[in-house]
Design a protein around this ligand. Structure first.
Ligand code: CS2
Ligand code: MG
Length: 414
């Protein structure tokens, strides 16, 4: 049995996604997600122009060898574009292997370690009333964990805070922006930022949330890499009374040593890694026990093969998974996270930003949400099928994540 065809499909049902379709000579089809938000076409080209031709004729069963071939065999290793491309190949091959075996993928990864995956929702609001209504909407749907992002007095807009979300609606915000009236964007939008105002405001918001919603609800917060190490340490310390499940990405991601400083000052659990793409990005963080949760996405870290090894490595140090699950990972990448999360022992929590109805018409999924938990379903393989005809009706439309500037106009970190 060998790979007879491999094809890259770019579609934009509400937002852009890059998908790899691998077909075997006896008719099995595997799907892989290669979506890199705001840089989609780079991965489509890397796959389509450089990797796909080397896939044809390969033994589809040799997943580990194929992974090593594209990673170890390449002179230019790592980086988000390369690792998203390898991830898509890896996911598609696992999808085929499980379909051929007639089992949901998690069965090949060791079988279920739990009945379902606890997820956290995104709740945001430009002021406390809007935020509180958003949290209430999720609690009413059965969520047991909620990420809290809020507007900051004096700032026009804050990343991760919806200006339009309504309580109970399925999704909270879209990370990337298109241009006017949904046209292709020509450049990122600009948002403002003021660390002083943010640091003063956030602890007050968490105090209000705890008072209103009580001690049981798990609360998370994402700093989106905006703080210096000592500012992040102050935030982590000031949030201790509100018992966070985690504080995520409060310092720029490439500086692993910055996290040591936060750790020295606070017992607030820390999560990082959604922009990482290799186990080596975590080496110090894991071996020195500087974090509590690994945030990588299967889609951005070289696929199921690499992510399983990363999480097994983290597990040795008592560190758990908190895999990235925003709308800019396709339902295929999401399904990969669910199968892996169900199987591993050191699962922590799964981020869940439900996709739009338009996205879910194109990507037909078998995973299901039930009272705060997700399950990947029992369909053989990953359990997601792309409707190619429908996908073709949604052409790529450029969209970008915003950039942010301080109030004096200088550009600030992501
Ligand atoms: C966020 C994401 O989900 C998260 O934790 O940080 O919205 C992230 O900013 C986007 O996925 C970027 O593509
Ligand atoms: Mg994040």
């Amino acid at each position: 049995m060998s790979i007879s065809n491999a094809e890259v499909i770019v579609t934009s049902p509400g937002r852009n996604f890059v998908t790899l379709k691998i077909t075997t000579d006896d008719g099995f089809v595997g799907w892989g997600d290669a979506t890199l938000n705001g840089r989609e076409l780079s991965v489509a080209s890397y796959l389509g122009d450089h990797l796909v031709s080397a896939l044809i004729g390969r033994d589809e069963n040799r997943i580990e060898d194929t992974w090593q071939y594209f990673y170890r065999g390449a002179y230019w290793r790592r980086g988000p574009v390369t690792m998203a491309a390898i991830a898509a190949i890896d996911m598609a091959l696992w999808d085929i292997k499980a379909k051929r075996a007639g089992v949901p993928l998690y069965q090949l990864l060791g079988g279920a370690s739990r009945d379902g995956l606890r997820v956290y929702a995104h709740a945001s609001g430009s002021d406390y009333a809007a935020l509180s209504a958003a949290i209430r909407g999720y609690v009413d749907q059965g969520y047991t964990a909620v990420r809290i992002q809020t507007g900051v007095p004096g700032l026009n807009s804050v990343y991760g805070v919806s200006a339009t979300a309504k309580p109970g609606q399925k999704y909270d915000y879209e990370p990337a922006h298109r241009g006017v009236d949904g046209a292709a964007a020509t450049r990122p939008q600009e948002e403002d930022w003021d660390t002083h105002a943010y640091l003063n405001h956030i602890p007050q918001v968490f105090a209000q949330v705890r008072e209103e919603f009580g001690p049981g609800l798990r609360l998370l917060h994402d700093g989106h890499h905006r703080l210096s190490p000592i500012e992040a340490a102050r935030l982590a310390k000031s949030l201790e009374p509100y018992d966070l499940f985690w504080l995520e990405d409060s310092t720029p991601a490439e500086d692993q040593e910055a996290v040591r400083l936060i750790r020295q000052h606070s017992t607030t659990p820390l999560a990082t890694g959604e922009v990482f793409n290799s186990v080596f990005d975590y080496q110090t963080l894991i071996t020195d026990r500087l974090i509590d949760y690994v945030r990588s996405a299967v889609t951005h870290t070289g696929g199921i093969t690499a992510m399983k090894k990363l999480l097994d490595f983290a597990g040795i140090y008592g560190i758990r998974s908190g895999m990235h699950g925003p709308t800019d990972i396709s339902p295929i990448g999401m399904a990969a996270a669910l199968h892996l999360g169900l199987a591993i022992h050191n699962f922590g929590i799964q981020e869940y930003m439900p996709h739009s109805d338009t996205t879910l018409e194109v990507f037909r999924t078998s995973y299901a949400f039930d009272r705060g938990f997700l399950h990947p379903g029992e369909t053989p393989g990953l359990g997601v099928e792309l409707d190619e005809e429908l996908a073709a009706q949604y052409p790529y439309t450029a969209a970008y994540l915003p950039v942010n500037r301080l109030l004096d106009g200088s550009l600030h970190d992501w």
